[in-house]
Design a protein around this ligand. Structure first.
Ligand code: PLP
Length: 370
């Protein structure tokens, strides 16, 4: 089976992790943490970085920083990972959903303003599948209504909007360094912010709100969302070769797109003129008039030794939220179509050209049967 994703661990990563082990600083204090936080923040041109245990906990901290009152709202795409919406409900807030742009699969900015209410506190922008969301109109709406912007750039390491790195736009931005993300620490995450006060508070929340003067006196309830120095060492080594990783992802995408250009009924990732995508995944969407849906194509590709993954299922389709009385009778046709018709193909960094070609042939054969 050709796997959807395989992390590539190089000699440099092994060297830095071993170095970390030899220093004995294997827990959540140590120089690699500091180096990784500073390095990542500076790569994204944000002043403060706080390393955390994963992308989901990074979102939890980001939303905690909003100090939501019960029933206050955060606007976000319907088509995203559950971590985004649950971070809001955990804090007593309400996620308010926006459908996808059918062209680039990002949150459709034209539908955001109609979702703003007096209870809206923030817009959570998610750069879906490595392609940036259209930030200028989103930032303009946030400014007009005095909303905070949380940017979830977990899938968009190194992606650019009009020449500026994703994760550098929000008041708060978050990243995941899970093994399938472009840069990985195995498990890991980061919160970036422009605001010194928010950064101090995020640091405190990450570490149980222990205090400097009197450690075991707590003013607020926090979490243990710490990253280890070992994980950070891996991250520092990964960050050294981020350009190579981004270039490789883009090269794999170029190869697929070239080979799929003449297949009717197959939609592949578009790169908007203002965007540099990093193609975190290489998604394809089957046209509605093809008899086959994505689940059927996935089965057929598996039969030919190609592993795939389905697209996100919209937040409004989640039984857990329905049971909470959220999103009842809400419909987001574009995100529903993506969920039904979309899947992603193998695009791991270790893939050789002949393996990519093998996947292309398998896709062609499956579609030819129709
Ligand atoms: C992966 C991902 C997360 C969650 O990250 P974990 O490290 O797996 O918890 C959050 N948001 C988006 C958009 C993601 O792709």
């Amino acid at each position: 089976m050709i796997p959807v994703c395989e992390p590539l661990v190089t000699e440099r990563e092994i060297e830095l992790v071993l170095d970390c082990l030899k220093t004995g600083w294997i827990s959540s204090a140590g120089e690699y943490i500091d180096q990784f936080e500073k390095g990542w923040a500076s790569y994204c041109k944000m002043p403060y970085g706080i390393a955390v245990s994963n992308g989901t906990t990074a979102l939890q901290i980001a939303v905690r920083l909003l100090d939501l009152k019960p029933g206050e709202e955060v606007i976000m795409p319907a088509f995203t990972i559950i971590s985004c919406a649950q971070a809001v409900t955990y804090c007593g807030g309400i996620p308010v959903l926006v459908d996808s742009d059918p062209r680039n699969w990002q949150m459709d900015f034209a539908q955001i303003e109609s979702r703003v209410t007096p209870r809206t506190r923030a817009i959570m922008v998610v750069h879906i599948y490595g392609h940036p969301a259209d930030m200028d109109p989103i930032l303009a709406i946030a400014k007009k209504y005095g909303l905070m912007v949380i940017e979830d750039a977990a899938e968009a390491h190194g992606a650019e909007y009009k020449g500026q790195k994703c994760g550098g736009f929000g008041d708060i931005s978050v990243f995941s360094f899970y093994a399938n993300k472009l840069i990985t620490t195995g498990e890991g995450g980061m919160v970036l912010t422009k605001n010194a006060e928010l950064s101090e508070r995020a640091r405190s929340l990450r570490n149980l709100c222990f205090q400097k003067k009197q450690r075991f006196l707590h003013e607020e309830l926090g979490y243990n969302f710490r990253l280890t120095n070992i994980q950070a060492a891996l991250g520092v080594a990964q960050l050294e070769r981020i350009k190579e990783i981004v270039d490789r992802k883009r090269a794999i995408a170029r190869y697929y797109t070239k080979r799929f250009a003449d297949i009717p009924g197959l939609e592949f990732p578009r790169e908007e003129p203002w965007a540099k995508s990093v193609y975190w995944v290489y998604g394809v969407v089957l046209n509605e008039n093809l008899g086959m849906d994505a689940a059927e194509l996935a089965l057929r590709l598996a039969g030919r030794g190609v592993e795939t993954r389905p697209f996100f299922l919209g937040m409004h389709k989640q039984p857990v939220f329905q049971k909470m009385g959220l999103f009842l009778d809400e419909h987001y046709p574009n995100s529903e179509r993506l969920a039904r018709r979309g899947l992603y193909l193998p695009n791991g960094l270790a893939m050789e050209e002949q393996t990519i070609e093998q996947v292309c042939c398998a896709v062609r054969e499956c579609l030819k049967e129709y």
